[in-house]
Design a protein around this ligand. Structure first.
Ligand code: ZN
Length: 646
């Protein structure tokens, strides 16, 4: 899973609100008889008949032959690491016998329905409400794991919010039949059984596969391309007027997908679907940035449109689902580039490498694995490693910007108090769940430092990627590794000393040795100090930037009296380009007096303003630089790390 920075304040709020809701599972006081079985769940939904923003679901399920039947909806689903309680979206449930007589039903838990006198249970009917615009559920269930009902426009069918299962019968095949309006199509990785007129029938191997394959029904805006052996589909829906988002997104994603193909010989999937719902946030952003609109109106607009900030993505075996917002700038495309790669990399872990807690996922009483360092941390690290190894980003960008940023954000979490494995296992509890975000920060740093440690311990013969690919090909999607002995197994493929590394940094509370680790590959890390650096071209001369500048551009709000460059109000400055001119490729500042040209976008024209670089002594924290004179061992390890294996 991954969520953009936009989402963080919203999540912080939702976790606080919801912490009291953690519910215990009721005792199920029934004993299924031996012949408890079902050939197939037969689900059908007519999406053309929506009432009060709800859809009517029909389940045909004859032959259970039980006095009491328990019908569940998931408490949570894989990849979300949070209690979601999908059962709360189910309304007016009606179990019926062969003749259509209503059977007695009681809701005995947030997600559990108990049907009694059920010997002749033949069908269940109920209404499904969607989570996206539900006042309670929209705060609890992130949009990428939620459901959407927009009549004649768009349906997001994450099965957890639409379809239930009988106790213990998660492995029974499921057929889902959807009737949709003229011109609508269904986008999913789920195999299609048949199509007749406006009804499409899908077959899922079992409930797990159904959960693993979200379906989006909407008009068609798609693009495809091949990466090595994998056909990639981009399937988008935009709730504004325009079409053509799929092609736009293809341009963003294709280079990183091609980089993945160089990371490994072949990809473990034949096809992969990026399914995306894109909201139109352009008007909203215009209001927020407008000079004519007062602060109170802005605040009200922000609160009313808070869902627009809920961007994120959830990974699945052959697909990933995205909820995004186009604010009319580059922020969502740069997010797609970053997040799509992260979600795609999940095909290695956990999808092809996981413990029994994920392999045999328990939707009723889920147990969390302690190996989030692997599922999320390593995935996040690999998403950046691929970019630097394939030249999509520079080594300096990788270290100083990306990893430097992660070090900074990781420092806010209680590293010396809560072991990472303990946070993982107990992530459903408030005390631990609030620290979940560090999986993308400290987790990714663990990936980097573990990679370096493996290179050191094997003297450059192996990398983290080698070990993960070896394990993923040993286990694959259908076999689980042992939750308890995994650190030992991992260690046995590297060097006995590695076990202590896991014990100290992942199972223990010893702070990561960032300085020592990075120095092995010739990268210098300094936690804090003072140094001579280029002046900040706005702030240090009394100029000001707009607070609501999105993307990489800084917009000049006020020009300071001491400004030596000649800025004008409204100038847009590309901050990435400035960094490239002020520092060399290793991250050391250029000499004072160096002539540089500041590139500025003024009235939609690009102009260049001359500037003689000035330095200033400033405090720093978490500085990373690439050393220029490396020892033989540093040179050797660095070239193995960057992918130039001997
Ligand atoms: Zn993830």
């Amino acid at each position: 899973m991954n969520k953009s920075k936009w989402f963080i304040p919203l999540i912080a709020v939702s976790i606080i609100i919801l912490s009291g809701c953690s519910s215990s599972i009721p005792e199920l006081n029934y004993t299924p008889a031996e012949q408890y079985s079902l050939d197939k769940y037969l689900y059908s939904v007519d999406l053309t008949r929506i009432k009060n923003d709800k859809a009517y679901v029909h389940l045909h399920c004859p032959g259970l032959n039980q006095d009491t039947v328990i019908f569940h909806f998931p408490k949570t689903i894989p990849g979300t690491y949070k209690e979601l309680d999908y059962g709360e979206m189910i309304d007016s449930i009606e179990p019926k016998d062969h003749d259509g007589n209503l059977l007695s039903v009681e809701k005995i838990g947030k997600n559990i329905f108990q049907i009694t006198g059920a010997r002749d249970l033949t069908m269940i009917h109920y209404w499904v409400d969607d989570t996206w615009d539900h006042p309670k559920a929209m705060k609890r269930i992130w949009p990428m794991g939620g459901t959407n009902i927009e009549k004649d426009e768009n349906f997001v069918i994450n099965a957890s919010g639409w379809f239930g299962f009988f106790d213990g019968l998660e492995l029974v095949p499921i057929q889902v039949s959807l009737t949709q309006s003229e011109g609508m199509r269904a986008f999913t990785a789920l195999p299609v059984e048949s199509k007749f007129e406006n009804t499409i029938v899908f077959n899922a191997r079992d409930y797990h596969q159904l959960i693993d394959c979200p379906i989006m029904v909407s008009e068609s805006d798609t693009a495809t391309f091949m990466v090595a052996n994998t056909k990639v589909y981009i399937e988008t829906y935009f709730n504004g007027e325009e079409y053509g988002y799929a092609d736009l997104i293809k341009k963003e994603i294709q280079p990183s997908m091609e980089a993945v193909a160089t990371f490994t010989d072949s990809l473990p999937v034949d096809e992969y679907h990026f399914i995306m719902y894109i909201r139109d946030g352009r008007e909203f952003m215009k209001t927020l940035q407008s000079k004519e609109v007062g602060i109170i109106t802005k605040a009200k607009t922000a609160i009313k449109n808070v869902t627009l900030f809920g961007m994120g993505a959830l990974e699945h075996g052959n697909s990933s689902f995205y909820a995004l917002t186009d604010f009319g700038d580059s922020s969502y495309t740069s997010m797609i580039k970053r997040v799509a790669l992260h979600e795609f990399m999940h095909i290695f872990t956990p999808l092809n490498l996981h413990s029994e807690y994920i392999g045999e996922f328990d939707y009723v009483n889920p147990k969390m694995s302690k190996h989030l360092w692997l599922y999320e941390g390593i995935t996040e690290y690999f998403a950046y490693l691929i970019q630097v190894q394939s030249g999509l980003i520079t080594p300096l960008d990788f270290f100083a910007e990306q990893m430097g940023g992660k070090i900074r954000r990781a420092s806010r979490y209680p590293e010396t108090k809560i072991p990472f494995t303990e946070m993982s296992e107990r992530v459903f509890e408030k005390k631990y769940g609030r620290h979940y975000y560090q999986v993308y920060q400290r987790g990714a740093l663990m990936g980097l430092l573990l990679d370096i440690e493996i290179i050191r311990l094997t003297n450059g013969k192996k990398t983290l990627k080698d070990i993960v690919l070896e394990l993923a090909s040993k286990y694959g999607p259908n076999q689980s590794f042992d939750e308890e002995t995994f650190f030992d197994e991992f260690t046995s493929l590297v060097h006995p000393e590695l076990r202590q590394w896991f014990a100290d940094y992942v199972e223990g509370t010893i702070p990561l040795d960032i300085e020592g680790g990075l120095s092995q590959i010739g990268v210098e890390y300094s936690k804090k100090g003072k140094h001579q650096v280029p002046k900040r071209i706005l702030k240090d001369y009394g100029s000001k930037e707009h607070r609501l500048s999105f993307g990489k551009y800084k917009k000049v709000k006020k020009v300071g009296k001491k400004d030596p460059i000649g800025f004008k109000v409204g100038d847009k400055i590309d901050t990435d380009k400035i960094r490239e001119k002020f520092y060399d490729e290793n991250g050391f500042p250029m000499q004072e007096g160096t002539d540089v040209k500041i590139t500025v976008k003024r009235d939609d024209k690009i102009i260049e303003l001359p500037y003689a670089l000035e330095l200033k002594k400033r405090k720093y924290s978490h500085r990373l630089r690439i050393l220029k004179d490396l020892t033989d061992s540093q040179q050797n390890y660095y070239s193995v790390w960057i992918g130039n294996k001997k």
